[in-house]
Design a protein around this ligand. Structure first.
Ligand SMILES: C[S@@+](CC[C@H](N)C(=O)[O-])C[C@H]1O[C@@H](n2cnc3c(N)ncnc32)[C@H](O)[C@@H]1O
Length: 273
């Protein structure tokens, strides 16, 4: 297994690049798996029709579109590095911006809700980004972040899983993504910047599952597998082995826990943030 292609050091050219022809379908499977939980979180905090919302890392756009419907008298701004899947949204109160959120300059106190799912884990400076997103909230506004806490590859009892996800950990590290430790820290990070009424929802995701997560996991394995083979970190047999294992009726392995956390801005943020 040798390759002269270097590992990506950013999201856009990494394993989940939108240049991959399968990425739109993978994002649709992600939405089918995750949207119900995100809706539950939003209903827990209680959306109001006139809210102004910011969606960070909008992906294929299901949550931005849903928010625009829920906040029909308000508005939604959706940002993503790459907005190629977002062109057809058909809502007057929804605007898209192609940009790196780390360079986004917005007035303080602009939004009632800032939401981001499966995106902060990919930002190298995610703690600083929590503080910036908090400044963009109006007093009383909510910051909601959902990210995965992936099981360390070495903890699996299944050798093909250890091999595949060990290689993937190397790839994530090269592009500055934190898929293992960050999610556990989100509630504490929200509290650190002065947010209050912190809430948490967690969901365990299991390889071998035959439902929405299983379908997403297979799409992830194919796409990430192709990427890892192309960088010489795995061979085709390694990828085939893990995909075959996921189809084995006797196989099961917890892959991740998704942590959704939210907090409300009750006053100005501490000066050190
Ligand atoms: C795993 S996808 C999740 C998409 C969507 N949030 C969802 O859950 O359905 C991560 C998204 O974040 C975007 N993204 C990654 N880094 C970003 C950055 N620095 N600024 C803006 N968007 C970013 C990617 O382009 C991608 O669309």
């Amino acid at each position: 297994m040798r390759s002269d292609v270097p590992l990506a050091t950013d999201y856009s050219s990494g394993a989940l690049s939108k240049d991959n022809p399968e990425e739109l379908e993978r994002l649709r499977l992600l939405e089918a798996w995750g949207d119900a939980d995100t809706h539950t979180v939003m209903k827990t905090i209680g959306l109001a029709p006139a809210w102004r919302c910011l969606e960070i890392g909008a992906g294929a756009g299901s949550i931005a579109r849903w928010l625009a419907g829920q906040c029909a008298d308000g508005s939604v701004v959706a940002v993503d590095l790459d907005t190629r899947y977002l062109a057809e949204h058909g809502r007057d109160n929804l605007a898209w911006h192609a940009c790196d959120v780390r360079c986004l300059d917005l007035p303080d106190g602009s939004f009632d809700l800032v939401h981001s799912r499966l995106t902060f884990c990919h930002l190298a400076d995610r703690e600083a980004m929590v503080a910036r997103a908090t400044r963009w909230l109006k007093p009383g506004g909510w910051l909601v972040i959902g990210d995965p806490m992936c099981m360390p590859a070495a903890w699996s009892v299944h050798e093909p899983i250890r091999r595949f996800f060990g290689a993937l950990e190397t790839a994530w590290q090269a592009q500055g993504s934190d898929m293992t430790r960050w999610a556990q820290a989100i509630p504490a990070q929200l509290a650190r910047v002065g947010l209050r009424d912190i809430g948490v929802l967690t969901k365990a995701n299991r390889l071998g599952d035959k439902g929405a997560y299983g379908k997403l996991a297979l799409a992830n394995l194919r796409q990430e597998g192709g990427y890892l083979i192309g960088r010489g970190l795995l061979g085709q047999r390694d990828v085939d082995a893990v995909i075959a294992l996921c189809g084995d009726p006797g196989f099961t392995d917890i892959r991740s826990i998704t942590v959704y956390a939210w907090g409300r801005k009750v006053s100005s943020v501490p000066s050190d943030c």
